[in-house]
Each structure stands twice: as C-alpha cells, then as structure tokens.
Ligand binder design. Structure first.
Ligand code: F6P
Length: 578
C-alpha cells in the first residue's frame, strides 16, 4: 500500500480562494460577453495546443484569477508528483494494491529519453519488454489474418472478426473501430458482442459465414459472466453452423479443431482461457496493472489491430504517447488535461454542475461519449478516498453526450435554456474522411456545390457561440418579437464550453483524444483524493444477480426470500413469460 495519504483539497489555500471567488453564498456571476468585449486577447491566451489538438478554453467560466487558483490547487495537491508516481509504477491503485501503468502500453520500443528509462522494472517485471513482446505477437497474428494466411477450419480466410467482451473489453475496441472505419482493410469487418441479452449474440452472428468468422474473447479476468456466457453461445453457434453444412464431423476432435481455428482470447487469466478450450498459443496477455477501462492500448485492441493493421495501430499508440508526454512535461498553466481536469473540479465543486456533456462533431466518434461514460464514471464515482475516509465534497461528474448535430435536435434546448448549467466539450476535425458537396443546394441559404462539412462545422462554431453569449431580451425585442414571448426566446448565455479541434480523425488523433480524457480523469481523481483505478461499486449488482438467478428460474424458495418489490417483479416476469 502506498504511504501517501490523500491531501484534503478543502484544506488547501487555493480551495478557500476558489470558494471565495465562486461566492458560494452570493452566487457567482460570470460575464462571458463582458470578458470577451474588454479583453481582445482572451481567446488567444486561453487557447492551448496539445500535439494535434487545438483546445480553446476561452468560453469557459474562467478568469485569470480563477486560473491562478486552479493552478495553485494542482500544485498544492501535487498532481504532477502523483503522475510521476503513476508512470513509475508506484501502487497508486491503493485498494487493489496495484501499479497503474496504461501509459507503459504506448511507450515506443527502445525510445530514447523515456521517463522512466527503457527497461524499467515494476514489481520484478520488465514492463517495456513484456509490452513489446505481446504487441509483436498480436501484430504477427493480425498480419496473418489480414493476409489470409490464418484460415478457418475449411481453409478459407477470415472476413469477420467478432469481439466478445464487455466494459473496457468492449467499449474501447468498438469505439476505436468506429472512429477509424476509413482505415479498416477492405474485405474485413468487425462486430462486437457485449450484452448478455441473447439478442446481441443472435444479431451479431446473423448472416455470418462460420467458415470465415473469427471470435476474440476479450476479458481481463476471464470471469465475467456476460462475456463467458456469450463466448459459449458463440462456440455453440460455430459448431452448429459448421455441422449443419457438413464443414466438420460430429466428433470432439473436430469441435476442438474448430475452436482452435476460430477462437482466440485476450486475457490476464491464461489458465481460465485454457479451460474454455482456447489454445494457449492463441492467447494474448496483459497485466493486472492495466485497468479494464484503460486497456485499449493493450492486446484488448486485437480486433482493431486486425482491422486497421499494425502500422496504423503504431500511429494510434504514438498519439497516446505524445499526449502522455504533454501531460508529463507541460507547465500546469499550459497543460491541457490538467487544466481541463481542474475546470471540471471548478464546475463540479464550486459551481455545482451535475453533469458534463461531450459532443463530438465527427460522426465516426459516435461511440466516444459511451466510451467516456465508463472511463470517467467507473473511475471517479466514489464516496470514499483512497485511505478509506469519506469524501466531504462531490466527486465524479455524470458524463454523457451524442454526436452533433443530432444532439442539437434532441437535448440542446436544456443546454441553452435549462435551469442547470452543463459544461460541454465540443470536439471536431477540420478534414472529414469523406467530404461531400451538396451539388443542388436549396435555392436559399445553401449554395449549389456547398461543402457539407463546412455546414456541419458552422453548427459546431455557432453552438458554442450561442451557449457563451446567449441572446438578451433587448436583442430578442429588436427582432420584432411579440413581448409576450420575449422571455421564452431569450438565451441567458454564460454556458461554458471547451472547443477541441484537430486536423483529421487519424489514428494518432484518436489516440490523443483518448489519452486526453484518461489524464483528465486522473487529475480529477487526484484532486478529490479518490482511487480512480478500482471499481468496487460494480460488485454488489454482480453478486445479487447470481443470488436472484434461481428465483428468476422459478425456484419458489429463492423467490420467497426476495424483498417484496423484487419478489412481485419476478413473479410478474414469470407470469409474462411464454
Ligand atoms: O464490471 C466492471 C468491469 O470489471 C470493468 O471494469 C471491466 O472493464 C469489465 O467489467 C469487463 O471485465 P473483464 O475484462 O474482466 O471481462
């Protein structure tokens, strides 16, 4: 266990100063209009660069004074020192007594000037050597699948890869696969099974040719009920399909051979994988110092590595690494993840924001909000600090979102005019993978030949402008609006946003974006004094699901032992079942 006790952030001088500025009793009154009007340099000063990401913080409820105290808070809490401790392999995951080394997964092979230096050893393990030998093994396997050298049991090359996993063993691969679709090799497709709802396996195997399908069972623990159940369903599907077409004989040997050719696994629990029947040769390992939600750079990414190829994957990893280096070396007032993490603390703890929206203006990032939900909420939704003492302040914002412009036509009403302040991150790229022109136009505001991405980006820019500056009652009146609806058409403004702009959705940029949010989560967790790397809160539900299962299967005694609400719900369910 680490000896370092969390510092109570409320005991710092910076916290008192921030509380004073927020005017908790009097009410903070931000003035983005005034701040921009009186300070022409605001946008420039608050726009930072982290690798390819241009990050405009100027439309946040931030002044120089607030920034000074936020920076001081990070200094007093020693965020930089904790980050150094993390990347060096200290057991900062205190409740599980583990190192937290996802940053080691993307260190370049034999990189010069690495911190810690190449070949560093943690708990007796040469981390770099193990990371790179596993990556090389995955790359070699991926090349075999991509080239058609790896074949199914009837000698046909693989055309579909089905990743079976859940949580971090699903959300990362599916999000990155979707984000990097333009890089997927022609003729290859990935599908992702996660839910134990049987329709998920049913739908994802529908229409597949078993002879050209490869299943990857991805589970850090290889003990997750959903994943193992789905893996068994998939194995059954494979056998039945191959038997029905006569591709295999009805023998154990043929079944074993089919699994060897059509199933591989990614796990830290090699013994359990072997028990499932997967050839140990076809297992890609990782380590307990990689948390599930931080595991996309490990062999958990095997499905995506097959789809986009090792070269693109190396570029993806390099994007993470460059952000890791930014996090490690940039001064706090220029450090994008640190400042974004501090702003989130400012909004959560001082301005009482309840949630945080992430709004990608890039359709290929449509699973990014879902990915961030696990990353942020499984990490920071805690009520005790890493030494077991209770937190005395709010932790863990609710992260949510949808791609723009879809969100605009759904929930932006609340962002613009609701009673709650929802800080929002807007993410866009300058160059879409598939630029299209609207050749016809609409004869009015859309010119013939209009670049559609420019229209899309106009929304990106307009929304943050509207949120920041609003529309006053006088401006509404000046439009000739009937007085009775002036209040309804007035926009208060001062709704904080961060705009993140990248040149294009390349593998490196996707890596940079993920690393950015990983580090934001880290910063918030350290300020709050919580262990962002455990997830005990998911355990009770898992235990109770097992306890409730006999009742759901019709065991009368088990049903009787439930609380009255659960009992009557299960009874109703049993009645409704055909
Ligand atoms: O239940 C939560 C969790 O443990 C996540 O943290 C993890 O990403 C997910 O389940 C899947 O776990 P595994 O990879 O071990 O199957």
């Amino acid at each position: 266990m680490t000896a370092t006790a969390p510092i109570d952030p409320t005991s710092t001088e910076a916290w008192s100063r921030l509380a004073g500025l927020a005017g908790l009793a009097a009410g903070f009154s931000p003035d983005l209009r005034g701040w921009f009007d009186t300070d022409p340099g605001r946008a420039d000063r608050f726009t930072l660069q982290a690798a390819d990401l241009t990050v405009d913080l100027s439309k946040n409820l931030l002044t120089e004074e607030i920034l000074t105290h936020l920076v001081q808070l990070a200094t007093e809490i020693n965020v930089a020192g904790r980050y150094q401790a993390m990347i060096a392999g200290e057991h900062i995951n205190v409740t599980e007594d583990r190192a937290v080394l996802h940053t080691a997964l993307r260190r370049p092979k034999d990189g010069a000037d690495l911190v810690p230096p190449t070949g560093f050893v943690v708990d007796g393990q040469d981390v770099d050597a193990d990371v790179h030998s596993t990556l090389d093994k995955v790359y070699a396997f991926a090349e075999k699948v991509r080239s058609g050298t790896w074949t199914g049991i009837t000698g046909k090359p693989i055309t579909t890869v089905v990743n079976i996993g859940i949580g971090g063993s699903d959300l990362g691969p599916v999000m990155v696969y979707e984000a990097l679709k333009p890089y997927v090799q022609e003729g290859l497709e990935c599908r992702f099974v996660s839910n134990i709802d049987p329709v998920d396996v049913y739908e994802k195997t529908a229409g597949l040719d078993p002879e050209t399908t490869l299943f990857i069972v991805a589970s850090k623990t290889f003990g997750t009920l959903e994943t193992l159940t789905n893996a068994r369903l998939a194995r059954e599907w494979l056998w039945n399909q191959l038997l029905s077409t006569g591709a295999i004989d009805d023998t154990d040997a043929a079944r074993i051979e089919a699994v060897a050719k059509h199933f591989v696994a990614v796990s830290t629990a090699l013994d359990k994988v072997a028990a499932f029947g997967i050839d140990p040769e076809n297992v890609f390992g990782f380590w307990d110092w990689v948390g599930g939600r931080f595991s996309i750079c490990s062999a958990i990414g095997t499905s995506v590595i097959i789809a986009i190829g090792p070269d693109n994957w190396r570029e993806f990893l390099s994007g993470f690494h460059v952000l890791d280096e930014h996090m490690r070396t940039a001064p706090i007032d220029q450090n994008v993840p640190v400042l974004m993490g501090l702003l989130n603390v400012w909004y959560s703890n001082f301005l009482k924001a309840q949630s945080h929206a992430v709004l990608p203006y890039a359709q290929y990032l449509h699973r990014f909000p879902a990915y961030l939900q696990q990353l942020t909420m499984e990490s920071n939704g805690k009520t005790v600090r890493w030494d077991g003492s209770p937190t005395t302040i709010d932790t863990g914002e609710v992260f949510w979102g949808e791609p723009g412009t879809n969100g605009q036509h759904a929930f932006y009403q609340l962002l613009h005019q609701g009673t709650r302040m929802v800080p929002a991150d807007f993410i866009a790229v300058a160059n879409p993978a598939h630029p299209l022109k609207d050749e016809a136009g609409d004869g009015a505001s859309v010119e013939p030949g209009q670049d559609v991405h420019a229209l899309f980006m106009a929304n990106f820019f307009a929304q943050t402008k509207a949120l920041a500056f609003g529309k006053t009652a006088d401006e509404v009146r000046a439009d000739g609006t009937d007085e009775s609806i002036v209040p309804a058409r007035t926009f208060p403004g001062n709704r904080p946003t961060t705009s993140i702009l990248a040149p294009a959705l390349t593998p490196s940029v996707v890596g940079q974006l993920i690393a950015l949010y990983e580090h934001i989560v880290f910063v918030e967790g350290i300020i709050w004094g919580i262990d962002s790397f455990d997830q005990w809160g998911v355990e009770l539900g898992k235990q109770l699901a097992l306890q409730v299962t006999p009742a759901v299967q019709g065991d009368a005694d088990a049903l009787q032992s439930q609380d009255s609400s659960t009992k009557s719900l299960i009874a109703k369910y049993l009645k409704l079942r055909n």
